[in-house]
Design a protein around this ligand. Structure first.
Ligand code: FAD
Length: 345
């Protein structure tokens, strides 16, 4: 007979195989997690077992890549929808205590579905309710919640500044700030104002042990890492402080062919200059064909294969920061920054 203790130990080593093994064992693991939520008054979640239809709806509504809605794709056991920073902290601590892999989700637009699916049993902490935007026009800054979409941020900043301010970021309104800023984020204004990650002045992050950190308390290494290396490796960003810029908008009659021809000629002009040796890639435009590790547990040498394509020489620095702030690799996905066990303090 398998005791609960044995189950939990083996589950921590390979939880996916155990959850497949027996529904009653799976429900024991699940109830431990839900008890912890209850003790911490965290009630706004839904489980795949209790309310599958709602869970599917919540999961699928913001997915851009419909391949991830297929029944063969692993589903989260629980989707949590925190509405405050403290609830995010509780969700992280409980999930970790009970051996669940954690995926942060904001806009759900990850090209490889890293926020919505996974190899191990996982919990999604979806930040869609953390979408408050506070604008300080006089200071030229705005705090936006870690679940804010780009449209929400653009709208509230324009509204508060009487259409005078915007910020340099992507063009798709439903992209989430959580993943977008974590991976850089470029759009129409970036030629002049650079990436949105270059305009981040501060951030609030719930770390691996559930502490709420700001720029000062997280330190330079982590503040550097969260602005460009992609979300999902460092913790839960619950708010960003942005520098905002003056904008001017105008509308002309659209002429599709004109713009299509322009793009075509631009492509032909640029094609000879595309980097090939080594190949390079932008982490917000994820490409799993570059290489990936099941469960997000690649060795440093394996992860280097795709890591240098995204980060070049910064890859080793990111590994050092990761080994320091998340030595047990709690926040991970198939292309996340790996831990170097020799560097763990
Ligand atoms: C239709 C479309 C248009 C796009 N347009 C642009 C564009 O104009 N410019 C551009 O630069 N990019 C663009 N992108 C790419 C986009 O920036 C990335 O896919 C980005 O990662 C999406 O972020 P998200 O929050 O929507 O995705 P999610 O899938 O929610 O998250 C992506 C990753 O970040 C992590 N994450 C999410 N929220 C948080 C958080 N709060 N804290 C920590 N980690 C978090 C997730 O775990 C996941 O690993 C576009 C993508 C799509 C699908």
């Amino acid at each position: 007979m398998v005791t609960l203790a044995t189950f939990v130990i083996v589950a921590l080593l390979n939880p996916y195989s155990l959850l497949k093994a027996s529904p009653s064992m799976a429900s024991t693991l699940e109830s431990g997690l839900l008890d912890c939520f209850g003790k911490n008054r965290l009630t706004n979640y839904t489980t795949i077992n209790s309310r599958p239809q709602i869970c599917y709806k919540l999961l699928n509504f913001s997915l851009q890549n419909l391949r991830f809605t297929e029944p063969s794709v692993p589903m989260p056991y629980v989707i949590v929808l925190p509405s405050s920073n403290i609830q995010v902290q509780h969700a992280v601590v409980c999930s970790r205590q009970h051996g669940w892999l954690i995926h942060a989700r904001c806009g759900g637009h990850s090209y490889e579905g890293f926020s919505s699916t996974g190899d191990s049993p996982f919990v999604i902490i979806d930040q869609m309710n953390l979408n408050k935007v506070e604008v300080d026009v006089a200071e030229g800054t705005a705090w936006i919640g870690g679940g804010t979409t780009l449209a929400e941020a653009y709208y509230h900043i324009a509204n508060a500044s009487k259409d005078r301010y915007g910020f340099s970021a992507g063009t798709c309104p439903t992209v989430g700030s959580g993943g977008h800023i974590s991976g850089g984020g470029f759009g129409h204004m970036s030629r002049k104002f650079r990436l949105v990650a270059d305009n981040i002045l501060d951030a609030l992050v719930v770390n691996v042990v559930g502490l709420l950190l700001n720029r000062t308390t997280m330190g330079d290494g982590m503040f550097w890492a969260i602005r460009g290396s992609g979300g999902g490796s460092w913790g839960m960003v619950v708010a960003w402080k942005l520098s905002i810029q003056y904008i001017i908008n105008w509308r002309t009659q659209d002429d599709d062919y004109k713009y299509l021809n322009w793009i075509k000629s631009f492509y032909e002009y640029m094609e000879p200059y595309v980097s090939k040796s080594p190949r390079e890639a932008y982490v917000n435009y994820l490409d799993i064909d570059l290489g990936a590790a099941r469960n997000g547990t690649a060795s440093v040498e394996t992860a280097r294969e795709w890591g240098i394509m995204y980060f070049k020489d910064n890859f080793d620095r990111l590994v050092r920061v990761k080994s320091h702030i998340d030595p047990h690799n709690v926040f991970r996905y198939p292309q996340s920054i790996p831990v170097n066990t020799k560097q763990v303090l």
